[in-house]
Design a protein around this ligand. Sequence first.
Ligand code: URP
Ligand code: ZN
Ligand code: ZN
Length: 480
Amino acid sequence: MTILIRGGTVITADQTVRADVLCEDGKIAAIGPDLEAPAGAEIVDAGGQYVMPGGIDPHTHMQLPFMGTVASEDFYTGTAAAMAGGTTSIIDFVIPDPQQNIMEAYRTWRGWAEKSAADYGFHVAITWWDDSVHADMGTLVREEGVNSFKHFMAYKGAIMADDEILYNSFSRALELGAMPTVHAENGELVFQLQKKLLEEGITGPEGHPLSRPPAAEGEAANRALRLAEVIGVPLYIVHVSAADALEEIRRARDAGQRAYGEALAGHLTIDDSVYRDKDFTRAAAHVMSPPFRAKEHQAALWKGLQSGDLHTTATDHCCFCADQKAMGKDNFAQIPNGCAGVEDRMAVLWTHGVNTGRLTPNEFVAITSANAARIFNIYPQKGSVSVGADADLVVWDPAASKTISVKTHHQNVDFNVFEGMNVTGLASHTISRGVLTWKDGDLRATRGAGRYVKRPAYPASFAALAKQAALHKPAPVKRD
Ligand code: URP
Ligand code: ZN
Ligand code: ZN
């Protein structure tokens, strides 16, 4: 398929330029003024619109088996919905059960993802430790193109990683040139608070944020960052929701650490009043971890994106329908954790970021695609508009608007946390590896068209860290 995008303004993380873009055989073949249309090319009229890299959502959970059920959105429905909102790649998570062979879990997720309509990669969670995990991390990095490992510091009794696992896995990641990432919440504290609240008779969704206070996130962020500091490895903190965690990232970065933070569209725009909704179904539909926070945390997160202490945006797209959320009707700790958003992230961030003046359009590209591509080492194949890059593009109409609703969204879930939000700035066309998958409201995603994207290790930046560490290596004291 050949597509010529004509008359638009190309926006990347560092440039704004009036240019046409020619896509051929899945790649960007030419960028420039007044390009000739090859015979048979489909012309996309981008007059008055922006042409940007397709969004990369670096944090999704399609068809995740979690908390006694399975997320309702699968790799096909979820990536199709993503493309309706201008997102062309996701990075999902392989989450082995404790004691489950890591490679077996990885192959299971690879199998599930074959139906994906958009390109995808995987972070692999380290949920336990022994010599086989050490070896499998090597295989994943060297042979399978996995360059990031996830650690859940919460979910005690299930997938929680304790400090011993963190130490071993962070150290191995450093050897391999892979990025450790953490879900930062103190799982023991959350467990104890859940118990206490339930004993006090607080069983509804209002107990969820009370059991997961900002300090629990700040403590875990600090602990993970301090471990990473001592080990000498970079660290990426997923779904930073609280000023407490952001402060730790800022402190670490000020001290010269390579620390990265991710913010969710939901945490940036929704506050914790949702948990006091009188209607259980509506309150439970917002149960995710970390929870939505008081308004001052949202203001802090926006400042984090503006200052560069937060780098990426994601959704943590993890869908559970009302009947699944009802598993926690009498106990908030049993409500499956997770909310949707993969379709809405770009429009929500444009509306609340660019239209308010908090972000420039170039900064929008940085936080919705380019930074994730750089941090997870797939730049400029993804996250750029450059000749030779994958033709993953969104034609963005800054004047188009809609009201987000479960009635019109494409996500396979019966609730939308952004319900009723008016957004201005929408994808008019989405192009995924050179194929038009969304055109003026017409979703043309193809089951199985997505490809697994290998993400190489980071030899250069890790070699620099190793050099730095060697400079400070203590010598043994020679004694007679
Ligand atoms: O509530 C959430 N975030 N569910 C998905 C698992 C996780 O913690 O990322
Ligand atoms: Zn998480
Ligand atoms: Zn998650």
